[in-house]
Every structure is written in C-alpha cells, then in structure tokens.
Design a protein around this ligand. Sequence first.
Ligand code: HNI
Length: 143
Amino acid sequence: MTLSAHDKELVTETWTKIAPKAAQIGGEALGRLIVVFPQTKTYFSHFADLSVSSPQIKAHGAKVLGAIGQAVSNIDNVSVSLSKLSELHAYNLRVDPVNFKLLAHTLLVTLSAYLGAEFTPEVHLAWDKFLALIATVLSEKYR
Ligand code: HNI
C-alpha cells in the first residue's frame, strides 16, 4: 500500500487534530468493533466486561491508538515501527488478519464522527490507505 506524499501529509495533519482525543477515539472504535462485528469478541473473552462502555475495551482502544500514533510519527517506516506488534499479533495473539480490516472500518467511522466536515473524501482516502498499510504490516509475520 503506497501512500503519496499528499496522503502522508493529510494523515499527519489529521493526527495533530485528533491526538488530544486519541484515547477516546480508540475506545469508541474498539467499542464499535465488538458491537458491529460481535465475532471479534472472541479475542477479548478474558476481559471481564465486553459491553460497549467497558473500561477494559476503552483502555485497550487507547493502546491501539497509541500504536497508530507511533506509526504516524514513523509514517515512512511503518513496518519497522510496528515490527514488535506484528510479531505479537501473529505469534502470540493469532488474530485472523481479516479483523484488521474490520477495525480499520470502525476507526474510519469514528474518525468521521469526530472530524465531521473535515473528514473530506481525500482525508478518508488517505486514512483508508494508511490503515490498510498498518493491517498489512501487522499481518506480514503470519507466514
Ligand atoms: Ni491489537 C494487543 C495494537 C488490531 C486484538 N494490540 C494490542 C496492543 C497494541 C495493539 C498496542 C497492546 C500490546 C502490548 O500490550 O504490548 N491492534 C493494535 C493495532 C491494531 C490492532 C495498531 C490495528 C490497527 N488487535 C487488533 C485486532 C484485534 C486485536 C483487529 C482482534 C480483533 N490486540 C488484540 C488483543 C490484544 C492486543 C486480543 C491483547 C489484549 C490484552 O490486553 O490481553
């Protein structure tokens, strides 16, 4: 997945805007994931509360967005930046890669809700490509 220089600029600009609310956005995106795609709950069955407002789900969503922030800071080198997480998801957690696409979807929806009119088609495209790149990186250790 190749992001153009303009895509990278848009992702970085958007991140600057949403960074103060990143934890909240991550929590909401993960909450949407388990509601809209309930099959994803199987990965979090060790959480005591799997409701949309679960503190564990929110805290975990915040962690996910933390990693996305790290990827934004290393947008020219996402593969190296997320290498450890790629190993974790492939070897330890064994998350089926199809789920990365589902989370990308709920993240886009959440970004749209937070950014309103600023979530232009161009910004949408840039984030779609960026999240697809992250999904590829997180899946690249599977075989
Ligand atoms: Ni994911 C743990 C980042 C997608 C299931 N995941 C993490 C951690 C980060 C993270 C950060 C915490 C690591 C640590 O504690 O060292 N996950 C990401 C990112 C994406 C992603 C950046 C994609 C954008 N993870 C997913 C998906 C699923 C998923 C799609 C399953 C549906 N992740 C997990 C599980 C854990 C996890 C399960 C361990 C949770 C725990 O606390 O036990």
